[in-house]
Design a protein around this ligand. Structure first.
Ligand code: KG4
Ligand code: ZN
Length: 344
């Protein structure tokens, strides 16, 4: 089965072709970062308009990479939510229209489920069950994953997401958008521990997170004055360390509580090197295995949407495909909790 995946939930237009027999046959991505940078964050209306311009040329590129005509597609997967409503409508509208024209099923994919399943695309994929740490610009969640669609929320952020903490701290430091890579880069020349920042809820007896206090502490540090470039790099290193320390501690606690021996990390923040190194060490010490998506698949992309769509269509079997083939419209879900998804 060959599934074309379309991702338009935020500021990346991603298109990819996944074949259940041969793997990824083509992928293309257009990042809108340069367009949004001057505003310090994503401008939803600009995002939607740019997605409209990009999806079909990217789809043509992907089909050319795969050396396949559009008629070879068996299904179209698009991101149904969560995300920016207008941006989602672009991918859903184009995806459903293409499927209607081709007489093939269209399937709406949950963006976080796609992130969560993306490590299964790696060369040495993890097996169910596992604990998943989902860390993106909008979400910080720990999930117990027994199988596709069998998700139990273990912990969530009470306020800002981890990616948001990176982005907002970067803004306070006068760094560009997105903040995660900018802080990580600045942190390379700095040393954590020189400015002490709080690790919110590190010792709380639950699996929840809170990052808004960290942002306030960064604001206080910035207002007090940063002496020089070295001090700025030290502060960036401490911000990164504070966020990573909490993510590592809670992930290990989630493994302990559930008795699982496998951790899967996904979402944009999973690209962070310090997080990868520290989780790797901590899991090795406690005898657990940790899997990250390939770096190219950490942030938003079409491959994870095509892949999740294919897994869902396979798991739902003929019934799902028949239901998908009767296209009578499409919908998007800007807010859509992952644990509300049904099992296939
Ligand atoms: O999953 P994603 O691409 O988009 C959402 O669905 O939100 O995640 C984007 C988030 C942003 O907050 C960005 O700053 C963060 O991921 N991020 C990073 C790194 N690369 C991206 N955070 C820390 N370190 C990185 N290397
Ligand atoms: Zn994402």
């Amino acid at each position: 089965m060959k599934v074309l995946g379309i991702e338009t939930s935020c500021d990346e237009t991603g298109v990819a072709l996944y074949c259940t027999e041969r793997g990824l046959l083509g992928q293309a991505l257009h990042s809108q970062i340069a367009m949004h940078e001057r505003y310090g964050g994503v401008v939803p209306e600009l995002a939607s308009r740019d997605h409209i311009r990009r999806v079909l040329p990217l789809a043509a590129d992907v089909l050319a990479q795969a050396r396949l005509p559009v008629a070879a597609l068996d299904a179209i997967a698009y991101t149904e939510g969560p995300g920016l409503a207008g941006a989602l409508l672009v991918g859903a509208g184009i995806g459903a229209s293409m499927a209607f024209a081709l007489g093939i099923p269209a399937i709406g994919v949950h963006h976080l489920e796609a992130h969560l399943l993306s490590p299964l695309l790696s060369a040495d994929p993890p097996a169910f069950p596992f604990v998943a740490l989902l860390v993106s610009g909008g979400h910080t969640q720990l999930m117990d994953v027994a199988g596709i669609g069998r998700y139990e929320l273990l912990g969530d952020t009470l306020d800002d997401a981890a990616g948001e903490a990176f982005d907002k701290s970067a803004q306070l430091l006068g760094l560009g958008y997105p903040g995660g890579p900018a802080i990580a880069q600045l942190a390379e020349g700095g040393q954590a521990g020189r400015h002490r920042l709080p690790r919110p809820m590190l010792h709380s007896d639950d699996l929840d997170f809170s990052f808004s206090g960290l942002k306030t502490a960064v604001l206080t540090a910035v207002r007090r004055g940063i002496a020089d470039e070295q001090a700025r790099a030290d502060l960036a290193a401490e911000i990164e360390a504070a966020i990573v320390d909490v993510l590592v501690a809670k992930s290990l606690r989630a493994l302990q509580r559930t008795g699982r021996r496998q951790l899967v990390v996904a979402g944009g923040v999973s690209a962070n090197r310090r997080l990868r190194a520290q989780l790797g060490e901590a899991c090795a010490r406690s005898g657990a295995r940790v899997t990250f998506p390939e770096l190219a698949l950490c942030s938003d992309n079409g491959a994870m949407i095509a892949f999740a769509g294919a897994l869902r269509l396979q798991a739902d079997g003929q019934a799902g495909i028949a239901a998908g083939a009767q296209i009578d419209g499409f919908r998007v879900q800007p807010r859509w909790p992952l644990d509300a998804l049904p099992a296939p």
